[in-house]
Design a binder for this molecule. Structure first.
Ligand code: SF4
Length: 444
């Protein structure tokens, strides 16, 4: 924001809000924040590493030297991001013994980061993690595939995204083991086009789909290529290249990797290679895998299932879920008013005022959405409500909506203001709800 509007304008905005802030100063007791580096219970005898190659790979792909001299960060690759509570409890004990138990992070690619592991402790930690199958090398590499839950739990999923992920990772480890050192290609899989697995931002992406052959339905994967994050807040969206039967997903990877190995220039990144060859080159390359005249019986079942595939779509659980947003926003507005009243009764006037403000915003947003006006910020929402409802006199207020709602930054967060602000919001919410009801009646 500072980059966009400049520091002077930013400080002006801060000043405008200052009056409404309940606690204008906050004393931080630095001594209250304790951070201790673990004392490792490393034994004196040499640890026995059963698989030296695996250990070396793990060290080179899953660990890094921290800025704090003598300490290492250790990544744990968690297949599909799934970890049982029994395993997690065992992992907690290992962390207590060999890493900082105060600084454990979940990573964006469904993994775990441990910190402050000493160099001596690395082999012990590797051995302990291996027992839990949590020492797989190749963190954040080509072999570290991100997937949404797909048909495992999501009713919107069309075809399986998790069992195919397990199979694709198996293929990479078995047939392209060097790729565990490659961090340039990201593979991401979603069970449908909604993209919770972010297939549209992957170098190689797949989303669940299906197609018909006669009266039969075949589980399928839409293959997308050439996407990715570019850094600096920028990215590129992958292109749909071809749809293939799901069971042919591993062959898609084999074909792409072999082609890359043979035809890419020394040091050429996957997306540069994709751009150089163009979408049609990859379509032609993968076209034999899209040939439905050569389907076998197994292609009519999905990964992880023995039953003949059939599509069944229900209500989703995630980004793809469809709800009546206008009603939901009214419900939220009422809920926030209830929270405001509760906070007021508890003497928390600052919180009460905040909830009242949130109720104004939800109520206004509901009407704007009903009018197909989409807003991204509170600033534009407030201005748009004035433009579409107050200036047109569809909703009658004593002042502009802006003046009504932004009383919040012109008043100290006192009991009197909390009470008055709350009653204004109650009146406003009743008005917008009545307006919406009249609109619905007109449509009937
Ligand atoms: S809606 Fe999201 S979680 Fe569900 S299958 Fe589609 S992409 Fe996956």
């Amino acid at each position: 924001m500072i980059h966009k509007i400049g520091v002077t304008e930013f400080l002006k905005l801060v000043d405008e809000e200052r009056k409404a802030v309940l606690n204008k100063t906050y004393l931080i007791d630095l001594n209250a924040v304790k951070f201790s580096i673990p004392v490792n219970s490393v034994k004196k005898d040499e640890p026995v590493i059963s698989n030296r190659l695996e250990y070396n790979n793990w060290v080179s792909t899953n660990t890094f030297e921290q800025k704090q001299s003598g300490f290492y960060g250790v990544y744990i690759k968690v297949l599909l991001g799934n970890i049982s509570s029994a395993t997690a409890r065992k992992l907690a004990k290992i962390i207590n013994a060999y890493a900082s138990s105060e600084d454990v992070r979940l990573t964006i690619n469904q993994g775990i980061l441990l910190k402050f592991v000493t160099k001596d402790a690395l082999p012990y930690l590797f051995n302990e993690l291996s027992k839990l199958k949590l020492a797989t090398p190749g963190f954040d590499s080509v072999a570290d595939i991100t997937a949404c839950p797909g048909t495992d739990t999501c009713n919107l999923a069309i075809s399986n995204s998790t069992n195919i992920t397990v199979e694709l990772e198996r293929v990479i480890y078995a047939e392209f083991p060097d790729l565990i050192h490659n961090h340039d290609i990201k593979i991401k899989i979603s069970g449908c086009m909604n993209s919770c697995g972010q297939h549209g931002l992957a170098h190689i992406g797949f989303h669940g789909s299906s197609f018909k052959v006669g009266t039969n339905v075949v589980p399928a994967l839409q293959v997308l290529l050439g996407g990715g994050t570019l850094g600096n807040g920028e990215g590129r969206i992958s292109e749909k290249v071809i749809k293939v039967a799901s069971k042919r997903g591993p062959d898609v990877l084999r074909t792409l990797f072999k082609d890359l190995e043979t035809n890419a220039r020394e040091g050429e990144y996957f997306n540069s290679y994709y751009d150089r060859q163009g979408k049609d080159y990859f379509y032609q390359l993968l076209k034999p895998l899209g040939d439905n005249s050569t389907l076998k019986d197994a292609d009519y079942t999905d990964w992880g299932s023995d039953e003949k595939f059939a599509t069944a779509i229900g209500v989703g659980e995630c980004a793809g879920v469809i709800i009546d947003l206008v009603s939901t926003l009214f419900f939220e507005a009422e809920e926030k008013l209830a929270w405001s009243a509760e906070a007021f009764d508890n003497g928390q006037f600052g919180d009460s005022i905040y909830y009242t403000y949130a109720s104004f915003i939800s109520g206004a947003k509901a009407l704007l959405l009903d009018k197909q006006v989409h807003v991204n910020t509170h600033h534009t929402l407030i201005a748009d409500f004035d433009k579409h409802f107050v200036e047109t006199e569809l909703v009658t207020l004593q002042t502009s909506f802006k003046e009504l709602v932004l009383q919040i930054n012109k008043n100290e967060p006192s009991k009197e203001f909390a009470e008055a602000y709350f009653s204004h919001a109650q009146v406003f919410l009743n008005q917008v709800k009545l307006f919406r009801e009249s609109q619905v009646l007109e449509l009937k």
